[in-house]
Write a protein that binds this ligand. Structure first.
Ligand code: ADP
Ligand code: MG
Ligand code: MG
Length: 929
């Protein structure tokens, strides 16, 4: 009860506010009520129209903007308007009439209007625009008389009927015709028929008489199809159009678009009512779309397209092949066509001047819509232009050089996903737009890839050997698939989440990968697979978009990755100058270390020893590891451990050497024991033979090792506590490697990291072993300057909470946010495939916490961890080594919390460098405000 009262009171308050508030903002004739910064109230289009017309005094047809608040009111009040709106619209309309010296609805001198939508964020093509409002049986003769151009007037009229019947009489009225049966389609068909009957190609070839007849036919058809007369009253047309724009805010397409782009539904759209100017008045008129720089490659020349004798969206709609603005805008379709610069030099020059002015004013690349009416230029829209990754980087660099923007601003001009585009091959967006999505999964490894379907690692390797591209399609991947994954161009799995094995491995290699495609079903015996109703077999081509998680049949055209991209290097160097965080990499081999260094990594934040048990040359050490795992006695284990030592030392030494001069954090083994217990009979037999035990004995030992909850089982430091000889061997391998390298003159800087710690006593236990080995190694090698740094991973909530105690024993902290997220949420990271999709879809969670750090929950523990750690050791070095280290938002978080470094897979290093620089730039920006 109380609640309803409160609600009603609130509604009444809103009503009152809107009533007393200004609902309509005028622009034109060098003046404007609004300005560019008022996007929330006026929408992007309205705000910038005001800015151009008022502040910049550019030629903008006069008009007015009805605010977004009226839209909110309209939806809150059963599609009614604030009571003052009518009068406000009428008085502003008077101003437009005065400015244009025309009168809306006048028989001799009619003013025509456009009604245009415009939300805060641009929603291209999602809402509706209606042109030529005010044409009626009565105003048409006046228009003809005044312009002396009957053809033009009927061209405008047929456009009005088409747009109005579609937007107002059909869509806004809630009529949902079947595909292809919408009124727009029907009328388009009629226009098409007239053209073919007359044997002409373009609608510009139709005569006044043709169009006049067509308009009459159109109106009959509208009546027939929609059961209503096309309104022949200017004011009815105007209010019909205004209502339709407001109601289009909640049209199906608009809602879907906002869901994808995460635009809030409560924002609402503004409505812009504006005097028409005409690009369809003959060969001295034109309409066009331009960009102050090329949005496809960043080239700094003015770029655009136009059409002579055309209106509205003819250019974008592809009704005729548009002509190039200037020589910079030519493409293979348009190179033979005359440029605007040639055809209308005066208007072109003015437009070129304006675009330069706009860039200076907005300090960014702009997307411009304009119309030329009988030689006179009019600006209809400007907004910051969308661009691809290549263009974004090019423009950021150029604008700094031109002193248009500062370096701090420049690093904010490129998004992480734009940078990502440059680091991976991608599907040609044109080809992708035409293709049908057959399946969806989680976007685990970005970029695009096309290749032949294979269902086994062997097949992937065989195909690769033949020089062909394979897409490895599996239910899920496991360590034994590593070779096949390496050989494959991309990976698609049915199960798994963003940090599943397949995802981690693929991302580490910068490979395109989709995991958790739940609908995928594989029939290994038949060598076929299906997604929903679509079936494909081994050898068929499929294409993956790993950035979005979309699967396509067939081979889509690909764009190349920007390798050896000078601009990328320059841009990232600029980022490095700004950023405060160090960026390290997660690398397990010398090759990965070298690659990461090329991407700009300064050090390794996570070297996983167990990597040496996967992939090439892993057989021998893997075999020994298996022996170690199934050992029962200390003797057995020590024997295996000693056997393992040389392999381990070699792998560690090579990597430390490859990262010479930078810190290399080596994590003591945290092997998932259950994954390493051999399953195949021959392997089991070999292990038994080598250890001199029977198969029964082996099985019983394996059974003991079986764990119900391996993720919370005998792993990490627990292994070192129970089997000190394993820690001892690893520290010896690390410290001897470093000592020997130092002797060779290499600057070796190892850091030993103990995983899965929850209590300081675990570290005390391990540190004692490591320090003993350290003394032995120094004595043995004589290297007195051997650095010793022992730290821990913070990946268990208790460790974060008790960080003040743990810091007493640690030289550094590295937040292992994969496990920390798993432990904090209680989500098994390998099993989230079953529910994460639904969680995201229903909005239970906004993001997959394994992908984007949960700053509230997990972040709380991290803050606590940092605070506690630094309360004990003020200068404690703190980093992050989970997958989040390469996620832009998470990097920003780490910056804010005072981390020293982030560490991520080699291919994410550039993204982390960008994000670290952006974090600083944003800080400066907010300080300025
Ligand atoms: P969108 O948001 O889809 O870009 P607009 O409101 O910009 O829609 O309208 C689309 C096109 O209609 C414009 O690019 C322009 O060509 C044409 N148009 C809109 N208003 C006018 C006007 N007052 N005079 C002439 N053409 C107009
Ligand atoms: Mg449009
Ligand atoms: Mg537009």
């Amino acid at each position: 009860m109380a609640k309803t009262v409160k609600k009603a009171a609130k509604k009444a308050a809103v009503k009152k506010a809107v009533k007393s508030m200004k609902n309509v903002y005028y622009f034109g004739g060098g003046k404007a009520d609004g300005k560019g910064s008022m996007k929330e109230l006026l929408g992007g289009k309205g705000a910038n129209l005001a800015e151009m017309a008022g502040l910049m005094k550019l030629p903008v047809p006069p008009g007015f903007t009805i605010t977004t608040e009226v839209c909110t009111y309209y939806w809150d009040n059963k599609k009614n308007y604030p009571s003052s709106l009518k009068a406000e619209v009428e008085s502003n309309l008077k101003k437009v009439e005065k400015e244009t010296k025309k009168v809306f609805g006048s028989v001799d001198n009619p003013l025509l209007l456009s009604v245009r939508s415009g939300a805060r964020a641009s929603m291209p093509g999602m809402m509706e625009t209606i042109l030529n409002i005010g044409l009626t049986e009565k105003t048409i003769p006046g228009m003809i008389k005044k312009t002396g151009n009957e053809r033009f007037v009927y061209d405008a009229y047929r456009r009005l009927i088409m747009m109005y019947s579609d937007v107002v009489m059909e869509k806004a009225a809630g009529i949902e015709p079947k595909d292809d049966k919408g009124i727009r389609k029907v009328l388009d068909g009629m226009l098409h028929d007239v053209k073919s009957k007359k044997g002409v190609k373009d609608d510009t070839d139709l005569t006044a008489e043709d169009l006049k007849t067509l308009c009459a036919e159109f109106k009959k058809t509208v009546k027939n199809v929609l059961g209503k007369e096309f309104p022949d009253n200017p004011m009815l047309q105007l209010w019909g159009a205004i209502g339709a724009v407001f109601s289009s805010w909640n049209g199906k397409r608009a809602i879907a678009y906002r869901n994808i782009e995460k635009i809030p539904h409560e924002w609402g759209t503004a409505v812009n009512v504006q005097a028409m100017v005409f690009g369809n008045m003959g060969t001295d008129s034109a309409t066009g779309v331009a960009f102050s720089r090329n949005p496809g490659n960043g080239d700094s020349h003015f770029y655009g397209e136009y059409l002579i004798n055309a209106q509205g969206e003819d250019v974008v709609a592809g009704i005729r092949t548009p002509s190039p603005m200037n020589k910079w805008s030519k493409n293979t379709h348009s190179e033979h066509l005359p440029t605007l610069e040639q055809v209308m030099p005066k208007a072109y020059k003015e437009l070129d001047g304006i675009q330069k002015k706009l860039e200076k004013h907005f300090r960014d690349m702009l997307d411009i819509e304009f119309t030329i009416e009988q030689g006179r230029l009019w600006m209809l829209q400007c907004r910051v232009g969308k661009r691809n990754g290549t263009a974004a980087v090019q423009m950021a660099l150029d604008m700094v050089k031109e002193k248009l923007i500062s370096q701090n601003e420049a690093v904010l001009r490129v998004t992480a996903s734009q940078l990502d585009e440059l680091l991976h091959p991608a599907i040609d967006p044109k080809a992708e737009a035409l293709a049908k999505i057959v399946g969806k999964g989680l976007p685990a490894g970005p970029g695009g890839a096309s290749g032949k379907v294979v269902f086994t690692s062997e097949a992937a390797m065989a195909l690769k050997a033949k020089g062909e591209k394979a897409i490895l399609v599996r239910e899920e991947t496991n360590p034994e698939d590593v070779e096949g994954m390496r050989a494959a161009e991309a990976i698609l799995t049915q199960r798994g989440g963003m940090t599943s094995h397949a995802a981690l491995v693929a991302r580490g290699w910068g490979k395109c990968c989709i995991v958790g495609c739940g609908e995928l079903e594989i029939n290994l015996s038949k060598k076929t697979a299906s997604i929903g109703s679509v079936t494909f077999k081994e050898g068929d081509f499929i294409t993956l978009n790993g950035t979005k998680g979309f699967v396509y049949l067939g081979q889509l055209k690909m764009l190349e990755a920007g390798e050896g991209n000078n601009n990328l290097t320059k841009f990232l160097d600029m980022c490095d100058k700004i950023k405060r965080l160090d960026v390290r990499t997660n690398a397990d081999t010398p090759e990965d270390a070298v690659r990461a260094k090329k991407f700009g990594a300064k050090g390794i934040g996570l070297f996983r020893i167990e990597h040496m048990f996967y992939g090439t040359n892993a057989e021998k050490p893997l075999f020994i590891l298996r022996k170690m795992i199934v050992s029962k006695t200390t003797e057995e284990r020590t024997k295996a451990v000693n056997e393992l030592f040389p392999f381990m030392k070699k792998a560690i030494k090579g990597t430390i050497k490859a990262m010479a001069g930078f810190g290399v954090t080596i994590r003591l083994m945290d092997p998932p024991l259950h994954e390493f217990i051999p399953q195949q009979k021959e392997v089991k037999e070999q292990v038994c033979k080598a250890m001199g035990i029977t198969m029964e004995e082996f099985d019983s030992r394996a059974a003991v090792l079986h764990e119900v909850n391996p993720m919370m089982g005998h792993r990490g430091v627990r292994l070192g506590v129970t089997y000190p000889e394993i820690t001892e061997m690893q520290s010896r391998a690390i410290l001897e490697s470093a000592a020997e390298l130092i002797k060779e003159g290499v600057k070796a800087m190892p850091e030993i990291m103990v995983p899965v710690v929850c209590h300081e006593n675990e570290l005390i236990d391990q540190r004692a072993i490591i320090e003993r080995v350290y003394k032995e190694v120094v004595a043995k090698t004589g290297v007195k300057k051997l650095p010793l740094s022992v730290g821990t991973m913070i990946e268990i909530p208790r460790a974060a909470i008790m960080s003040h105690k743990i810091a007493e024993q640690a030289d550094f902290f590295s937040f292992g946010t994969n496990d920390l997220t798993q432990m904090t949420f209680g989500f098994s990271r390998d099993d989230i495939g079953g529910f994460m999709g639904a969680y995201l879809e229903k909005g239970v969670l906004k993001n997959d916490p394994f992908q984007t750090l949960d700053q509230d929950g997990v972040g709380y523990l991290i803050k606590q961890g940092v605070k506690g750690g630094r309360s004990t050791k003020a200068k404690l070095k703190i980093g992050i080594c989970g997958e989040h280290g390469g996620d832009a938002k998470s990097v920003e978080f780490c910056h804010r919390e005072g981390f020293n470094y982030v560490s991520c897979s080699p291919f994410r290093v550039p993204i982390a460098r960008l994000a670290a620089a952006q974090a600083v730039a944003k800080e400066i920006k907010t300080k300025k405000k």
